[in-house]
Design a binder for this molecule. Structure first.
Ligand code: ADP
Ligand code: MG
Ligand code: MG
Length: 846
């Protein structure tokens, strides 16, 4: 009943029902709160509350406002949605001078400690007096007494505090106190913090809060009393043990306020073993009842345990996995529930070394987390220098943005940071491919290349400063942050195995190198769904040959370069076929947006102006000028290249066949899927397909070996999606390249959008999500739906996959599952996420 009673109230009522020791109380509903907001009138509600107080008196044998055996209460806020710390709670309500005097006869210290607490809270929360005023008085008194901690106050000091406090707050009689407190808690729904919190968390403003009025139990009655917070399992690593902290002789707010440092819960075992055992029992019982890990607030009054709150506990990704799997094994939840409980996107964090978030970190800047993992190294501004210095020390490469000319430096760096760029920028894509941590789009850092300085908020950092980057969070940290090893726990292995029982989509990998392919298999890939041959060329020693091919002035020159590349490719493919043995290896034929492979025209020009060019450079400049394009993303790339220069793709399919045959002869089972990129019109496929088939058939004939292969097309242009029926007739498979499809559907340049306007769009909610991270279902998704429907109609057997960045993102995978995509393909480190997300999608629609 949390909508009516608020979460805290509902949980208290439920705990009391199942026999957990909860101090008696009653709840004013959220409905009453909303009524009050409408009418502004509290009288009717208060009349009812008074009746409830009478019942509470009967139940406890105490009297509200009575001098002997007085009933004191807490007045606690509690909304239907969790808003931790946003609203107000008042403790020890119902005290007056006379009552305190009476109480003091039995226990003077306790009486005045409780009173000064009440006056302060009432003053701050109900009357609205600044907290600093009270703190000033407290500090003065502590100095006078020569003490540090609240619990060290002498009785006289406490009495003085009360006197001083009363000079700034008027304490009315108990009934009036209650009236004012209820009103204050209602109104705390609309305090600035709470409104702001709801705004940033996109929570509704019209729910209102419940008010819990509950008999006080006292943790400040001496060293056999106390208060604390426990989790029923360890929220950091998921271990099945209670985890938390407590304070002796204290009330609840002492822990949260940070005034005193609490001690680990294990110490309670020594101090009060019986209470500790009972706490453990209660924790188990609550966990079984709510079927999830709980976060519990408790108070001990003279060795008697009371539970004051329970809720589902927040936990790290690692703990979430262990708890879900353990709970299945303990028979508390079933496998499906376990699968649904883990945030699929969070799995990526687990596979890399990570910054230890519990440590004190000096975070100097934040960017977008482009490639996960943490790296530590000294600052470096140039790829040449990175290459050189990396022999001796660890390097973090800082660039405004990166280009293909930086590769040799990137591969030698421990981490990469770019000032500009988004999740699909050159730096981001290359780093992810290489498994190097990377942060992009770091707004508040400037690079002064001349002076070799990094300027962060006016602070200057040089080449000898050590930096830690966290590609999982996007944090840039000054100094060497502590890292923690993570990796595949046995629980994660188990959970992933379960996902395979439920998911319908296959999970394949985007992998271009043997290293990635092996990683992918280790993480559970069922094949390679995208092997980008141009990425195989990005290695420093191959780039010149690719340039030679691109810049060739005649077919003869081009053939010469192609021949060199062919040998390299055959070797690459043999290795990949062997690793993927028996699983599909999708090889995408060359798709080089020219600017990713050529030196920048502008840079050569700059060099020319500065110091002139030698003959070789002059020639390069002319060549680059000849082939360069105004808009290379929409340029002469993909299948367009092969239609004008068929020899390029012919070389590639020949290399594939040769490699497959070689692997087969050695006893492996190669399954090549050959993929054509950047198709916009079926005629493009028709123009080249026969030529490729012929070339392959000839090789098979010569070698006397037959290889079964498939041929397919990328769907990455709107026109291809809209005519997918025609394309499907020429294909065994199609695969959505959603990076380019998003770029061309929105007309947003992948290279420029992020820094220029996309970030602004997202911050200002023009767009809810970054369409390059999460599929834009209404636009790009609609094109996908049309394509799938048409393709399946034209070719029933067609295999449909997705292979953009979205293929490893949980929400996008769910969408793909719902529109009939057969397989997703993503970078190796995202495979666990994809497996889990695919299972969640399948379970979600059952
Ligand atoms: P929050 O929502 O900010 O956690 P709570 O209403 O839970 O606020 O109150 C904070 C703390 O006050 C509790 O954790 C508990 O320690 C103390 N408290 C609340 N009600 C009582 C009570 N009836 N007896 C003793 N302590 C209480
Ligand atoms: Mg609480
Ligand atoms: Mg593409």
């Amino acid at each position: 009943m949390k909508d009516l009673l608020g979460n805290k109230g509902a949980q208290l009522a439920e705990m009391s029902r199942i026999g957990i020791p909860v101090p008696p109380g009653f709840i004013i509903t959220t409905e009453a709160c909303r009524d009050y907001f409408k009418s502004g009138d509290l009288n009717e509600i208060f009349e009812e509350a008074k009746k409830a107080v009478r019942k509470l008196e009967e139940k406890t044998g105490k009297k509200f406002g009575g001098r002997e055996n007085p009933l004191l209460v807490s007045v606690r806020s509690g909304a239907p949605i969790s808003m931790p710390g946003m609203m107000d709670t008042i403790l020890n309500l119902g005290l007056t001078d006379e009552i305190v005097e009476e109480m003091a006869e039995k226990n003077e210290w306790f009486a005045y400690d409780t009173y000064r607490r009440f006056i302060q809270m009432f003053g701050e929360i109900v009357v609205g007096i600044e907290g600093a005023k009270f703190e000033e008085i407290i500090e003065r008194e502590k100095e006078k007494e020569g003490i540090k901690l609240d619990q060290e106050f002498s009785v006289n000091a406490l009495k003085e505090l009360v006197q001083e406090f009363k000079k700034i707050v008027d304490i009315p009689e108990p009934e009036k106190q209650l009236y004012m407190a209820i009103k204050a808690v209602f109104n705390s729904w609309n305090n600035e913090r709470a409104i702001h919190y709801r705004k940033i968390n996109r929570l509704p403003d019209d729910l209102g809060t419940g008010v819990v009025i509950q008999t006080m139990v006292f943790g400040n009655l001496g060293n056999d009393s106390g208060t604390g917070i426990v989790f029923t399992r360890n929220p950091a690593n998921g271990e099945n043990e209670i985890y938390g902290e407590f304070l002796l002789n204290a009330q609840g707010e002492d822990i949260v306020s940070g005034k005193r440092t609490p001690v680990p819960i294990e110490k309670l075992k020594e101090a009060m073993p019986h209470v500790y055992d009972e706490l453990k029992k209660v924790a188990k019982k609550l966990e079984r009842h709510y079927r999830d890990m709980q976060d519990i607030e408790f108070t001990i009054e003279r060795k008697k345990l009371y539970i004051l709150q329970t809720r589902t506990g927040k936990r790290t990704a690692r703990a979430a996995i262990k708890i879900a799997v353990d709970m299945v094994e303990e028979g508390i939840i079933n496998k499906r529930e376990a699968i649904m409980r883990v945030d699929a996107n969070s799995l990526q964090q687990l596979l890399h070394k990570q910054v230890d978030e519990r440590a004190k970190l000096d975070i100097i800047a934040r960017g977008r987390p482009a490639s996960p993992g943490a790296a530590i190294g000294k600052i470096c501004f140039s790829p040449d220098e990175a290459e050189r210095r990396s022999e001796e020390e660890s390097i973090i490469l800082f660039r405004v943005e990166t280009s293909p000319d930086d590769i040799h430096g990137i591969v030698k760096s421990k981490g990469v940071v770019t000032i500009k760029g988004g999740m699909t920028s050159h730096a981001a894509v290359v780093s992810r491919g290489l498994g190097i941590p990377c942060v992009v789009g770091v707004e508040n850092i400037k690079i002064d290349e001349e002076k070799e300085l990094l300027i962060v908020d006016g602070k200057k950092l040089g080449k000898n400063d050590v930096i830690t980057i966290d590609g999982t969070t996007g944090n840039i940290i000054l100094g060497e942050a502590p890292l923690i090893e993570t990796g595949f726990s046995k629980e994660l292995k188990k959970l992933l195995k379960w996902t395979d029982e439920y998911r319908k989509m296959k999970v394949m990998a985007n992998a271009d190198t043997p290293h990635d392919a092996k990683k992918a298999l280790e993480f559970g890939a069922e094949g390679i769904g995208l092997g980008r041959t141009e990425h195989m060329f990005l290695q420093a020693n191959r780039l010149p040959v690719v340039r030679e091919m691109i810049l060739a002035e005649s077919k003869k020159d081009r053939m010469k370069a192609l021949k060199k590349l062919k040998e390299m490719q055959i070797n690459d493919f043999i290795q990949l076929f062997k690793i993927m043995n028996g699983k599909p290896l999708t090889i995408r034929l060359l798709d080089p947006p020219l600017h990713e492979f050529l030196p920048s025209y502008e840079e050569i020009m700059e060099e020319a102006i500065e110091k002139g060019l030698d003959e070789e450079k002059q020639k390069l400049l002319e060549n680059v000028k000849r082939v360069r394009e105004a808009n290379p993303m929409l340029g002469h790339r993909g299948i367009r290249l092969a239609i004008v220069y068929p020899e390029i793709y012919i070389m590639q399919v020949e290399a594939i066949m040769k490699a497959a045959i070689k692997a087969k002869k050695e006893g492996y089972e190669p399954i090549p899927w050959i993929e054509l990129p950047m198709v916009s019109h079926v005629n493009e496929i028709k123009a080249i397909k026969r030529k490729l088939q012929k070339a392959m058939e000839k090789i098979m004939e010569n070698e006397g070996v037959k290889i079964e292969y498939k041929m397919g097309a990328m769907i990455e242009l709107p026109r291809a999606a809209l005519t997918a029926d025609e394309i499907a007739m020429e294909c065994d498979f199609i695969s959505f390249g959603t990076n380019d499809l998003t770029q061309t559907t929105f007309g947003f340049s992948r290279d420029d959008a992020e820094g220029k306007f996309l970030r602004y769009y997202i911050q200002n909610h023009v767009l809810q999500d970054d369409p390059f991270e999460t599929i834009d279902e209404k636009g790009v998704g609609e094109l996908m739906k049309i394509a799938i429907e048409k393709a399946k109609k034209a070719n029933k057997a067609i295999h449909i996959s997705i292979c953009g960045e979205h293929g490893g993102e949980a929400k996008s995978i769910k969408f793909c599952n719902s529109i009939g995509v057969d397989a997703t393909s993503c970078s190796p480190f995202r495979i666990p996420t994809a497996r889990l997300a695919a299972a969640q999608a399948a379970i979600g629609i059952q």
